[in-house]
Design a protein around this ligand. Sequence first.
Ligand code: ZN
Length: 185
Amino acid sequence: MTARKVIRMGHPTLRLVAELVDVSELKTPEFIELLVDMYDTMKVEGGIGIAAPQINVSKQVTLIELPDDSDRYGELDGTPLMVIINPKITYLTEDKQGFWEGCLSVPGLRGFVERPNHIQVDYINEHGEPKQIIADEFLATVFQHELDHLFGKLYIDRITDTTKITYTEEFSEFIKAKPKDTLDE
Ligand code: ZN
């Protein structure tokens, strides 16, 4: 297992629009290794998602896997590992919801971000098969945070109320948010 180094805010790769993946790449040893290393890195860092640019690979690839943790996610069951390549997002509502987001590339901070709560994502998986998912609520935010990484955006850019940016220790001490209102990816 090879966890790679996660690059942090300020690194220029995080601000690029990542390159589309050509389907001919999918079966190459390099691409398969990339997926394995992304997974290992996500697990080591304790994230529920990771995007290739976060390990300094500017390609449109992201992984999302919600553990089956009913204490944390309530009604929402865990998801199996999703490999999302070349995604396109469609917003199905203007209604927004807020979560306290954290990012592996912005360690030590948490911020409150409001995003649309009903989206559609079209993408291909690691086998090159076209997929579509409709995501609501928590999962909708998870997808939007992750897909932002493929387009040079960080959650920090989405914060409209900058009084709601905190260090993680102060978050634990002063903000009475429940674990289910937070995410790290
Ligand atoms: Zn992130």
